[in-house]
Design a protein around this ligand. Structure first.
Ligand code: ZN
Length: 182
């Protein structure tokens, strides 16, 4: 499949997964879904689909959709002079999420994308299902992966300045969404 078609199709699938999870979005919002491969060129394995609902200087609310077994690469939210870094709460709507952060290595269900071991350094696994939520403090490394049904989740955060999302893989030079950060 040509690259552009893969992105369009993945965005369509993300919209269908959002609607199947019970969240209503408009056709206009469907068109605003950002499909991001984090410049890694392997969208089905490393990527995420994002729909931003609120993006002010204080608050950010997004939906994050992962296709089955798709992985959002390891990163942290860096501090700036006037900001300790983005605090992020993930709340699951549908599917299963394997979230990784610092701590005891107990990886059981998820897997590191093939050949990318050096870019996934934290291996403490937390399993999140529908109605579970977890808050990530600023500055903590994390990555996450959907199970076999994919995953739809809310991301509630303080101001999102995506240029301050620092990815372990240096090939990712831009943040999570469009280059909206200030
Ligand atoms: Zn994050």
């Amino acid at each position: 499949m040509a690259l552009i078609e893969e992105f369009i199709e993945t965005g369509r699938r993300a919209a269908a997964m959002i609607r199947a999870s019970g969240i209503r979005i408009s056709d206009e919002e469907e068109r605003q879904i950002v499909v991001n491969d984090f410049e890694l060129g392997n969208l089905a394995k490393e990527g995420a689909q994002l729909l931003e609902w609120v993006g002010t200087k204080r608050v950010n609310v997004r939906l994050i959709v992962l296709q089955p077994f798709q992985t959002l690469p390891e990163h942290y939210h860096k501090a700036a002079a006037d900001d300790p870094g983005k605090e992020e709460t993930l709340r699951m709507v549908s599917g299963t999420l394997y979230l990784y952060m610092q701590g005891e290595e107990n990886m059981l269900y998820g897997f590191v994308p093939e050949g990318q071991e050096q870019y996934y350094t934290v291996r403490h696994e937390v399993v999140l299902k529908s109605e579970d939520q977890l808050t990530l403090e600023p500055g903590t490394l994390h990555w996450f992966q959907a199970g076999s049904e994919g995953a739809v989740m809310y991301s509630f955060t303080s101001q999102a300045r995506d240029r301050l999302n620092i990815f372990t893989n240096p090939r990712t030079t831009k943040g999570c969404l469009n280059d909206l950060g200030a």
